[in-house]
Design a protein around this ligand. Structure first.
Ligand SMILES: *Cc1c(COP(=O)(O)O)cnc(C)c1O
Length: 452
C-alpha cells in the first residue's frame, strides 16, 4: 500500500509506471505545460530575485578571482562556455535514426572552475550569500566594499566560528566544501553511499569533514539536517528545499543569453530552443530552467533527464505526488552509475514550482550513459562523468515522440529545422584520469557488444 492505494491501482491509474518499474527507457511529455507567463507564477520567485543573485555574484567576483586564481581570466565570474558539437550530432543522428533537424550545442558546466560541475553555480552561491549575511551583520563588510577583503586572516577567523553542512551524492558537497573551507568556515559534508571515493578524498584534502553513509542521498540529507538543526552556529544547505541554491542556478540563463547573442544564435517562436538537463533532486535543472523561462519565455523548451533506476522527478510530477512518493516505493532501487542523479525522492519545492514549465521528462539506462560517454569522446574529444551524459538522447526523444507534443506546442517542421538543441553537460572535468579511463573502457566495450 502506498498513500492508501495498492501498487496495482497506481499502475492502472498511471500506466507509465509499468514502464518505469520495468526499468525501460521512457519519455513523457507533460500535457499540463502552460504558457511561461502563467507557469512562472507557480514558482514564488521572480526576475528581481534572479537579478539580486546575479548582483551578489558580481559583488563577490573580486573575492573569487583572488581566492580561486583559475577564475582570474573571467574576473571572478564562475561561468562555462558553449560549443557546437556537429560530429556528435552526426553520430547521434545515425544512432537514433534521425533526419537532420536544427543545430546541436553543448553547455560545458563540466568545465566550471572550482568544482567542475553544475553545483559550482547553486552550491557556491548559497555559501557566498550566507557569508555575506554574516559579514554584513557583524560590520566586517559593507556592500560597497571590494569583497576581496574577505580573503584575509581576520575574515577567516570570523567565519571559523560558524559551520556549514550539506548532504550530497558528491558534487554539491564538493562545491560547498571547497568554497566554505576557503572562506574559513568549518564545513561538514554528509555523503551518500553513491559518492565517489575521489570526491571524498578531495574534500578531506581541503580540510572538510566528510561523514559517510551506507545509505542513499535522502538519508544523508536527513542526517545532516538533523545534526545541523541542533547547532545555532551551523547553516544547513538544504538541497531539497533551498531557494538560494535555486536562484544561484537560475543566473546561468542571463549569461547564456549573452553567449547566444555573441554566437548569433536566435531564440524566438520561429527559432525554438530545446534544453536537456540531467536531473537528480531537481534544484540544478529546476533553477536553470526557471532562469531560461524568464530569459526566453515560451521559445525555450526544457526537458529533464533521469537514470532508469532513479526517475524520481518523472514519477513525482506525473503522479502529482512529488516528494510524497519515492522510486523505492515503486520497487525501483535508485542504484545507478550516474552518482549525481542517484536520488530516489524529488525536491517537493522544485516539482511543484516547475511542473507547468517543464515540457518533458525521459529516462536513460546506465549502459546507454556509458556508451554515450565513449561516443562523445570519440566524436568531440570531450569527457564527462556518467550523470552528465543524460542530456545527449534528449534531441532524439523530441524528434521521435509520438505523443502529440510537437503538434500541441506548434513545433512545425520548419520551426524544428531552425531549432537549437542545447545539452547541459553537468560535470566531469575533475574526474581523475584512471577513473575516466575505466568509464571509457566500459563505454567502448558496450558499444562493441551492440548488434551492428
Ligand atoms: C547534481 C547533479 C545534477 C542534477 O542536479 P540536481 O540539483 O540534483 O537535480 C546533474 N548532473 C550532475 C553531474 C550533478 O552533480
Amino acid at each position: 500500500m502506498l498513500l492508501g492505494k495498492p501498487l496495482t491501482a497506481w499502475c492502472n491509474e498511471y500506466p507509465l509506471l509499468n514502464e518505469l518499474i520495468a526499468l525501460r527507457e521512457t519519455s513523457w511529455f507533460n500535457p499540463g505545460v502552460a504558457d511561461a507567463a502563467e507557469a512562472l507564477a507557480d514558482v514564488g520567485l521572480t526576475r528581481a530575485d534572479v537579478d539580486d543573485a546575479s548582483a551578489r555574484l558580481a559583488r563577490f567576483a573580486p573575492y573569487i578571482a583572488r581566492a580561486f586564481p583559475e577564475t582570474a581570466a573571467s574576473a571572478g565570474i564562475i561561468e562555462s562556455g558553449i560549443r557546437a558539437v556537429p560530429q556528435l550530432q552526426a553520430l547521434l543522428a545515425e544512432r537514433y535514426g534521425l533526419s537532420d533537424s536544427g543545430a546541436l550545442w553543448l553547455k560545458q558546466d563540466s568545465h566550471l572552475p572550482i568544482s567542475g560541475s553544475i553545483k559550482a553555480r547553486g552550491g557556491i552561491y548559497e555559501v557566498l550569500k550566507h557569508a555575506e549575511e554574516l559579514a554584513l551583520a557583524a560590520g566586517l563588510l559593507k556592500q560597497t566594499d571590494d569583497y576581496s577583503v574577505l580573503d584575509s586572516d581576520t575574515a577567516r577567523a570570523f567565519f571559523g566560528r560558524y559551520k556549514i553542512a550539506v548532504g550530497s551524492t558528491g558534487n554539491l558537497g564538493l562545491s560547498i566544501g571547497i568554497v566554505s573551507a576557503r572562506l574559513g568556515f568549518q564545513a561538514t559534508v554528509h555523503m551518500s553511499a553513491d559518492a565517489r571515493q575521489w570526491k571524498k578524498d578531495k574534500l578531506r584534502a581541503h580540510g572538510v569533514s566528510v561523514v559517510e553513509y551506507a545509505c542513499d542521498y535522502s538519508v544523508a540529507v536527513a542526517e545532516g539536517r538533523k545534526q545541523a538543526g541542533a547547532d545555532p552556529y551551523c547553516h544547513f544547505v538544504d538541497d531539497e528545499n533551498s531557494t538560494s541554491l535555486f536562484l544561484g542556478y537560475a543566473v546561468a540563463a542571463q549569461r547564456l543569453q549573452q553567449q547566444f547573442a555573441a554566437a548569433a544564435i536566435r531564440v524566438d517562436a520561429e527559432h525554438p530552443l530545446f534544453v536537456y538537463l540531467p536531473c537528480g533532486v531537481g534544484g540544478g535543472p529546476g533553477g536553470v530552467a526557471f532562469g531560461l523561462k524568464l530569459a526566453f519565455g515560451d521559445a525555450v523548451h526544457c526537458l529533464f533527464a533521469e537514470p532508469t533506476h532513479s526517475p524520481c522527478m518523472l514519477i513525482g510530477v506525473h503522479t502529482g505526488r512529488h516528494d510524497q512518493v519515492s522510486v523505492q516505493d515503486f520497487g525501483i532501487d535508485n542504484l545507478t552509475a550516474a552518482d549525481g542523479l542517484a536520488v530516489g525522492r524529488p525536491s517537493g519545492f522544485v516539482g511543484r514550482a516547475m511542473q507547468r514549465s517543464i515540457d518533458g521528462y525521459y529516462t536513460v539506462s546506465d549502459e546507454e550513459l556509458y556508451r554515450l560517454l565513449a561516443l562523445l569522446d570519440s566524436s568531440e574529444g570531450l569527457r564527462l562523468e556518467p550523470s552528465a551524459l543524460a542530456g545527449l538522447p534528449g534531441m532524439a526523444r523530441v524528434l521521435s515522440e509520438q505523443q502529440g507534443y510537437r503538434a500541441r506546442m506548434q513545433l512545425t517542421p520548419s520551426r524544428m529545422a531552425r531549432a537549437t538543441h542545447l545539452i547541459w553537460a553537468t560535470g566531469g572535468s575533475m574526474v581523475p584520469a584512471a577513473e575516466m579511463a575505466g568509464y571509457l573502457a566500459k563505454g567502448r566495450q558496450l558499444l562493441q557488444a551492440e548488434p551492428a
